[in-house]
Write a protein that binds this ligand. Structure first.
Ligand SMILES: [Mg+2]
Length: 132
């Protein structure tokens, strides 16, 4: 089962993502800030990381820089989740090494499409069915 690390400081946002991805064939783990995300990513080596940008202690962009500088985690795709909706914000997410970008608020379909875009093609048949 593909493993996704969900990183957001807002418990409601984590819950929404959990509900959107429930019963889709993913194993989810959670982190509340960038520092927590980096250590969990190193320990768990998830298949995908969904990371909020604005967080205390360490923000999503700084965490992504750390993840992409570490041989243990640099191959893990990172999708930035942000309420910032300007083109410059998208560019910044990509410039720090994020592999994708999703603007909040996003629909369940948008989230599933983003997730499926980064996981192996034979993974998560349930999610593919949900989009069919
Ligand atoms: Mg936040």
């Amino acid at each position: 089962m593909p493993r996704i690390l969900v990183v957001d400081d807002d418990p409601n946002s984590r819950k929404i993502i959990e509900l959107m991805l429930s019963s889709q064939g993913y194993a989810l783990t959670f982190a509340e800030n960038g520092r927590d995300a980096v250590s969990k990513a190193q320990a768990e080596e998830p298949d995908l990381i969904l990371i909020d940008v604005l967080m205390p202690i360490m923000n999503g962009h700084e965490a992504t820089r750390h993840l992409k500088a570490d041989p243990r985690t640099r191959q893990i795709p990172v999708v930035a989740l942000t309420a910032l909706a300007f083109e410059s914000d998208r560019q910044e997410a990509l410039s720090v090494g994020c592999n994708g970008y999703l603007s909040k608020p996003f629909t369940r379909r948008e989230l599933l499409e983003a997730v499926l875009g980064f996981l192996p093609s034979d993974a998560a048949p349930d999610a593919r069915q949900a989009l069919a």
